[in-house]
Design a protein around this ligand. Structure first.
Ligand code: ADP
Ligand code: ASP
Ligand code: MG
Length: 425
């Protein structure tokens, strides 16, 4: 009978120093003693990716994405080799592998490539030979054999994809928090850890700024029904947060979490002639440059002209502005402007499907705190508002409060039943 396999991913902070790498190696030794096969996926050491990006940008204003991939992939190679050495010196037969060696094939969209396939033959052979495999996350190769990377936070996705390809029983994301919280615990200290989150909710949370998981990793896990456990790299016995299929028998909380994405920017085109084909003229060049647009708002047309605003990731603002200036000329818009001091505030909860009034409550709370809403968008289980970045903390704290998400201490003599009820609200 084949042993069961666990894929564990360790993030940058968890591997940030040689001491931390030693601690991770000790954890892997303990896990191996339980008799499971282990594949470890590692991120670059904390700060390494940013440091490399800064170096590239100091040499080139608009560095070629292919070269960025070549550069950034080295961060994960370093940590995989270091962790492997730490494991070997503990008597564990471990081997490090790059994206290429693990057979991770992607498309050619440099800096945010999508995984196409994994040829896991070699990994299977190594596991059979009793090795622990330490994979450099975040990277693969395209058809030409060039190195690609999977976008910021991409090691999460490498881990899930490998877990699926190798038939792991679970994929564990080990990080510097002990699970997924009702809000970023760094922003809202009273945030509460969630025991279980559905794939749908986690997808929304990840795409709305809960950077604890990369969105594609959640998409992948959902598609292949791979259970994901987010847990601490530091605390051994924590429960973590399980991300899995929604249990239809359980009542879903109306609001599970509040996210705030400060990595957003807004572009506005003024006095755009209101004619058929204009939107296509604006958004097609952005799509061709692989720039994703998020919220779009078009004002009511006045005298044949309208204003149009949209949001996108801040990192792509400069590239998008170059494109928009050309487009504005072509479509005779009078003015293009950008605003990088915005934030996207989002409230997510599967229970919103059956509860009315959540949006109204959000707007009322923001208004009570004199926070202006610049844009709004909703889906079945979320409401998002664009606000000024300076109001982020106030807005998240106020909403966390109004929806009673805080971590209330359970009274000593309270029965278990009450505790369960409280955590389900
Ligand atoms: P890693 O380096 O391990 O990949 P990340 O920095 O990518 O870690 O993600 C972990 C961070 O995500 C935490 O330190 C926390 O500040 C942040 N975070 C944002 N939103 C949430 C949330 N809702 N729950 C937990 N962590 C969150
Ligand atoms: N090192 C990459 C980043 O900082 C990938 C990752 O950590 O998952 O985004
Ligand atoms: Mg991460």
């Amino acid at each position: 009978m084949s042993k069961s396999l666990i894929v564990q991913k360790y993030g940058g902070t968890s591997l940030g120093t040689l001491e931390r790498i030693e601690c991770v190696a000790d954890r892997i030794v303990k896990l191996r003693k339980t008799g499971v096969d282990i594949v470890v996926v590692v991120s670059a050491m904390a700060g390494e990716t940013d440091k490399l990006l800064k170096m590239a940008r100091s040499l080139s204003k608009n560095p070629a994405r292919r070269e960025i991939d070549m550069l950034l992939s080295s961060g994960e190679r370093i940590s995989s080799a270091l962790l492997t050495l730490a494991l070997q010196s503990r008597g564990i037969p471990a081997l490090s592998m790059t994206g290429r060696q693990i057979g991770l094939q992607t498309d050619s969209t440099h800096t945010r490539a999508r995984i196409k396939s994994i040829d896991a033959q070699r990994a299977r052979k190594m596991l059979k030979e009793n090795h622990v495999i330490v994979v450099a996350g975040f990277q693969g190769i395209n058809e030409e054999g060039d190195v690609t990377t999977l976008g910021r936070g991409g090691s999460d996705t490498s881990a899930v994809a490998l877990a699926v390809a190798l038939g792991a029983r679970q994929c564990e994301i080990c990080t510097d928090v002990d699970g997924v919280y009702t809000a970023d615990p760094r922003l809202v200290p009273q945030a509460r850890r969630l025991d279980v989150v559905s794939y749908d909710e986690m997808l929304e949370m990840a795409s709305l700024g809960a950077k604890v998981l990369q969105i594609r990793c959640v998409e992948f896990a959902h598609k292949y029904k791979m259970p994901l456990l987010v847990k601490s790299s530091f605390k051994e016995r924590d429960k973590g947060t399980l991300i899995c299929e929604e249990d239809p028998k359980m009542e879903q909380p109306v609001v599970s979490g509040i996210m705030c994405d400060k990595n957003q920017a807004k572009i506005t085109l003024k006095e755009v002639p209101d004619q058929p084909g204009i939107a296509a003229n604006i958004f097609e060049p952005l799509a061709s440059a692989s720039i994703s647009v998020d919220m779009i708002i078009q004002n009511v047309s006045e005298q044949g002209h309208t204003d149009l605003s949209f949001t996108l990731e801040r990192e792509e603002l400069n590239e998008a502005m170059v494109i928009m200036k050309k487009v504005a000329k072509k479509i005779h818009a009078t003015h293009v402007s950008s605003d990088a001091k915005i934030a996207k505030l989002s409230i997510v909860g599967a229970g919103m499907r059956s509860h009315a009034g959540v949006a109204a409550q959000i707007f009322k709370t923001l208004s009570a705190h004199k926070i202006n809403i610049l844009m709004i968008s909703t889906s079945e289980i979320k409401v998002s508002c664009i606000i000024e970045q300076k109001n982020s903390k106030l807005a998240v704290t106020a909403l966390h409060d109004i929806f009673k998400l805080e971590n209330k201490p359970v009274k000593k003599n309270a029965k278990n039943k009450t505790a369960k009820k409280m955590s389900a609200v």
